[in-house]
Write a protein of this length. Structure first.
Length: 297
């Protein structure tokens, strides 16, 4: 058993990019760092006031993940002190739960000396999360297009997406479960075919870093956007303004409540500042894809 201390750094992520529902994830340059050390009991402390309501014992998602992974591989983990510092807004469409799961997987892999390959990590994370989009990006970095059916995993990893990113973040949290409850139980064959086509083109464009095409496909989603966009103040106006300002496209970040705007590199500041002026309800965050996934130091 490899006893700590060490640290784990995991990026935030955005999911879907429109029609890539539950299958496309993009790692973002906002990070959570977990410093790990031995302790008599499980304890999690957060340096960010925003995280004060998160459980600090065995009910914490990072701890639950460590224990889940340990049980899966027939091991018993030591109790640990986890000190967490995070740049990732909580409950705002940045994959914070997937980041916690990815951190837990890396901690378990380290202390229990499991030697897990990337595919094993992504499989375990997807089983815990229930889908692969955010957690695969958090573990691997870059962009990941994945297929996960509960029993098998396949994915394509695009290591170096090249795009500027502006995220418009509202003041209120939107729980993922609440957002998912807005989705219809069924789509017609015609609707599913159209959305599948846009997701396929989006994936091919991701693989070739064609963000003009990605931007168009992001705005053709019918899987979830039509059922959620009423929750976002000025949604259509922001989309139109973004395009007028030179953005490639705008879509919902994950399940919301933030909006993801893909922009040409070098135009981030101008577009973010102008959107902040026009739509002061939202806070503009400038970031970029994170080529790095989870890292153990």
């Amino acid at each position: 058993m490899n006893m700590p201390g060490f640290s784990v750094v995991v990026p935030a992520s955005t999911a879907n990019l429109g029609p890539g529902f539950d299958s496309v994830g993009l790692a973002l340059g906002l990070y959570m760092t977990v410093n790990v050390s031995s302790h008599a009991l499980w304890k999690v402390s957060y340096n960010n006031e925003e995280y004060n309501g998160i459980p600090n014992d065995e009910q914490n998602l990072i701890v639950k993940t460590v224990m889940n992974v340990a049980e899966k591989y027939g091991k018993k983990p030591p109790t640990l002190l986890l000190n967490v510092d995070s740049e990732i807004p909580l409950g705002k469409g940045f994959g914070s739960s997937a980041t916690a799961i990815a951190a837990g997987i890396e901690i378990a892999n380290q202390v229990l000396e499991l030697g897990l390959a990337d595919r094993e990590k992504v499989m375990v994370g997807s089983q815990i999360e229930g889908h692969a989009d955010n957690v695969s990006a958090a573990l691997l970095g870059g962009a990941v297009v994945s297929y996960f059916d509960g029993e098998s995993i396949d994915y394509i990893h695009i290591e170096k997406p090249t795009v500027g990113i502006v995220v418009l973040v509202p003041p209120k949290v939107l729980p993922t479960e609440d957002s998912r409850n807005l989705l219809p139980a069924q789509l017609s064959h015609k609707e599913a075919t159209r959305n599948s086509a846009s997701a396929c083109v989006l994936s091919a464009a991701l693989a070739t870093n064609n963000w003009e095409t990605i931007g168009r496909m992001m705005e053709k989603d019918g899987f979830h956007e039509p059922h959620r966009k009423h929750l976002f103040p000025s949604f259509e106006e922001i989309r139109q303004s973004s395009k007028e300002l030179g953005a490639y496209g705008m879509t919902i970040s994950g399940a919301g409540p933030s909006l993801f705007v893909a922009v040409p590199i070098g135009k981030e500041d101008v577009i973010a500042n102008e959107l902040a002026k026009r739509y002061p309800f939202y806070k503009s965050i400038i970031t970029q894809p994170s080529e790095a996934g989870s890292i153990v130091n």
